[in-house]
Design a protein around this ligand. Sequence first.
Ligand code: HSE
Length: 406
Amino acid sequence: MYVAVMGYGTVGSGVAALLRKNHELIRKKSRQESLELRYILDLRTFPGDENESLVTNDFNLILNDSEVRIVVETMGGLHPAFEFVSACLAAGKSVVTSNKELVAAKGMELLRIAAENNANFMFEASVGGGIPVLTPIIQCLAANEISEVAGILNGTTNYILTKMFDEGAGFESALAEAQRLGYAERDPSADVDGIDACRKICILADLCFGREVAPDSFYVEGIRNITETDVEYAKALGGVIKLVASAEKKNGGENVAVCVSPAFIRNGSQLANVSDVFNAVLVRGDAVGDTVFYGRGAGKMPTASAVMADVIDCAVSMGETKPYGWSEAPDGYVLPDDEFTSRFFVRAACGADKVKEVFGSVQQVSFEGAPQGETAFVTELTDKASLKKSLADLGEIRSVIRVTDY
Ligand code: HSE
């Protein structure tokens, strides 16, 4: 059996390297007499690379080669990845991808095309890099009613926030360090503005709850506005701030509340100690309780590990489509942001008396050297519409950060 890789960047070259390094065990586990890489699709050339001779810029070579049964898509982006992947599936080839943008936007359609052609579309590497999380959700937690899935899904922002907490760095200098180390792109917006985490929580919600959550259907906020002062308050509160992506069933499963935003997590939570570029995903099932999946959420070889596991699965299940996926959601399935309910940490430029007048008795937070002329506090459980109304009475608001219960 032959395999092709589309996109010879960090992940694609990791896939080729892993297939070469662990070739015999991968072949055996795939139950194939042979399993070889035949093409690498890329517009660039790679003089001197060990796979130089496999590189082509002609997609049709892959599409029209009937011996290529599994195609790995590691190009990233929506186009032409979507067109290439759908053409491969329509030709009966199985496709494995690490491309979360593609899965979040087009996963349902691509799973349908795969099923119509007795092929598989697999994407373990699209969430949590090397962490096994999607397959355990689909298989090991299959008997659970899942009520919530949440996590730290972006390594770059987690690295930045860890620097801010552990070393007192400001956002800009922590970002510069992340860029220097190659974690953050030159244009870091997909990571720091929460877009990457948004795509990943969509995929998790799709699989956990069986209905499609569109990436543009809920509130997404990144970490650009987190300041050193917020960090000090979080420490005083006994916790950390993480970029948390969450999806929670509401109204008996009729709705889902989805959000990506910075969030306060108390020390002692399993998510509080997830540092640097590591990711963690918490899944709350009615039988199993809380389970947390932890590991390297990005990187060449960890991500290649997840891709190759799917390749092996595709090889073993050749000719038989795996029975998972999700369906279109009815209008109004994702709750509007105004109905999102949480406790919130607030910094307001007013006195404690004013806060008490508007919110009643709330937990106040302070630390030595806290800014003068402001009151910081944690609200009771409230929905965002009520919160906004109350905050309008307090004057200038300096921070609003949700407080999780994980
Ligand atoms: N940019 C992503 C991150 C890579 O930092 O987590 C993996 O999706």
